[in-house]
Write a protein of this length. Structure first.
Length: 559
């Protein structure tokens, strides 16, 4: 008996030790937590409004020149072709993270040296290069985290992308809270912080971000838990921003606020530990874990290759003896970038993103100047920049989760949600163009939410239509539409019209609704046109998504 107990303990202890090690390091859940933390510090490009006025005054720029620098920020933050190619070639997320961290430090550190006068004032093209390098790092962090999340959770890719994109959207507000706690009133120090914090975080956590082939039955439940943490964090940040706009906060209060924020950001680690413990237990039912927040059925049949190019799909066939699917709406192989660019769907998605993302970037890049022209105080404009991160988060998170829900429930094609977002964004631009009291707050909510929605829907649709193998390269290529649209709308329209209106009064600044009214009327028309393009993509793909839900229903009948 004693010998039997000893042998039992010897077999259990190593197993427990391996399980404990698995919980701590080698799981897709720790990879998810590490990716979330990296995303929380990666959105420095969304903080441009905090230091844009200081950059403009210290370098002697006019509005068009400032918009040109912002355009290179948009190019860097959205043209992630190199990061996609690096991910596809190396299949190692840590290499992508490390490359981004180096770029981030170099770009922001050189900008900080220039603005503080430590080096002579650089020419505009060189400053544009610094801005490009700093913002381009974001694409490396984003590509590594998003593609890894989709590969780890192929059956819940919309929710996984929404979480990653959502925390990236929140990162602007998080970084601003760090700035206000430590460097309040010193934009140059904020640039130094942007050189250090977003660079160190990936270096510390990149070894945890890996792809795992496991697909537990409770994935949806745990992903919903991460989503709830994200919503609580967004609500907390929004309440802080509103509080700051009403009352001046002392240093001690700010320290307490920041400590609570850190606790919220650490809490996903507890979810990861519970998730791994759940995966180690015998699974009795995979349906129970998918009922949280209303998910109707388990998505097991939506495998990695389920979302194939909709031109090559067939209804699923059921084996008479085993009840297993012999066909799951697959195509023969994933498309590479050149093959994807030869399809109509690629360019429809590209044009829709140029209209929506471009007008969204034009809005956030000029939000400080819009507020100044309408008589908003510097505190109010800073609040608008912070709140933009919240609206951006809600769109990114909601777009992924809601589209996942309606896909699983009704088989609705995701491009329909892009069309709805662009139509709503058009209304937001009209509200801002009105110049009415409070219109900038209301309009920025609509534009920010709809802008974020596109950032979660576009990568998910890309993975579904073109496959996972080259997803990073393809969705980053489509993201080029964002700076293209931003350049046309922000530099050639918003900045140009603003400078004309300012020069008509022999001043360098413009005041009144006339400064931006025509620009936002034009952007309203552009986003409405993008809505029509997205509807064309919807009609081209709706049968594909209907067949996805048909496969789910047929699978349910067999079971």
């Amino acid at each position: 008996m004693e010998e039997a107990m000893r042998s039992t303990l010897l077999s259990v202890v190593p197993q427990w030790h391996r399980s404990r090690r698995s919980i701590c390091v080698t799981t897709k859940w720790t990879a998810t937590v590490a990716s979330i933390w990296i995303q929380c510090t990666s959105g420095s490009s969304y903080c441009f409004g905090i230091y844009s006025s200081f950059l403009k005054s210290s370098q002697g720029y006019d509005q068009s020149t400032l918009d040109s620098v912002a355009f290179f920020k948009d190019i860097g933050a959205n043209v992630g072709i190199l990061s996609g190619l690096l991910y596809s070639a190396s299949s190692a997320p840590w290499i992508v993270h490390a490359t981004g961290a180096v770029q981030c430090f170099i770009g922001y550190f050189l900008m900080w040296l220039s603005i503080t006068g430590a080096v002579s004032r650089p020419p505009v093209p060189l400053m544009c290069l610094y801005m490009f390098l700093a913002a381009h790092a974001q694409t490396f962090f984003n590509t590594a985290n998003v593609v890894t999340a989709v590969e780890n959770f192929p059956n819940n890719r919309g929710t996984a992308v929404g979480i990653m994109k959502g925390f990236l959207g929140l990162s602007g507000a998080i970084l601003i809270q760090v700035y206000k706690t430590i460097y309040q009133g010193n934009p140059s120090s904020f640039l130094l912080m942007l050189a250090l914090l977003p660079s160190l975080t990936p270096f510390l956590l990149m070894c945890f971000v890996k792809v795992y082939s496991t697909n537990g039955g409770h994935d949806k439940r745990q992903l919903n838990a991460f989503s709830i943490i994200a919503l609580i964090t967004a609500s907390y940040l929004m309440s802080i921003i509103i509080w700051e706009n009403v009352q001046t906060l002392g240093l001690s209060i700010r320290i307490i606020i920041f400590a609570l924020l850190l606790l919220l950001l650490v809490s996903p680690l507890g979810i990861a530990i519970r998730a791994q413990l759940s995966d180690m237990e015998p699974q009795t039912s995979s349906v129970e874990g998918n009922q949280l927040l209303g998910d109707p059925d388990p998505p097991e049949i939506l495998s990695e290759n389920l979302y194939s190019q909709h031109h090559h799909i067939a209804y699923p066939k059921i084996h008479e003896d085993t009840g297993q699917e012999l066909s799951t709406c697959q195509r023969e192989e994933n498309l590479n970038l050149l093959q994807a660019m030869c399809t109509v769907d690629f360019w429809l998605l590209f044009v829709a993103m140029a209209c929506g993302m471009g007008s969204g970037l034009a809005t956030v890049n000029n939000i400080s100047q819009i507020g100044g022209s309408l008589g908003y105080t510097s505190i109010e404009t800073s609040t608008l920049v912070s709140l933009w991160s919240i609206w951006n988060f809600l769109g990114r998170f909601g777009g992924g989760y809601v589209s996942d829900y309606f896909l699983h429930l009704r088989g609705y094609a995701r491009p329909l949600f892009i069309a709805m977002a662009l139509a709503t964004m058009s209304v937001g631009h009209l509200v801002i163009a009105s110049g009415l009291p409070g219109a900038l707050y209301a309009g920025s909510i609509l534009v920010g939410v709809c802008y974020g929605t596109q950032w979660s829907l576009m990568p998910t649709i890309t993975s579904e239509i073109f496959g996972l193998r080259h997803m990073g390269t393809i969705f980053n290529t489509i993201a080029v539409a964002s700076p293209v649209g931003s350049y046309i709308l922000s530099v050639r329209i918003v900045g140009y019209i603003y400078d004309i209106e300012a020069s008509s009064t022999d001043k360098t600044t413009c005041t009144g609704t006339r400064c931006f009214m025509l620009s936002f009327l034009i952007m309203a028309f552009v986003t409405l046109s993008g809505c029509l393009v997205a509807l064309v993509l919807f009609f081209r793909t709706r049968m594909f998504y209907k067949q996805v839900i048909f496969a789910r229903l047929q699978h349910s009948v067999v079971q």
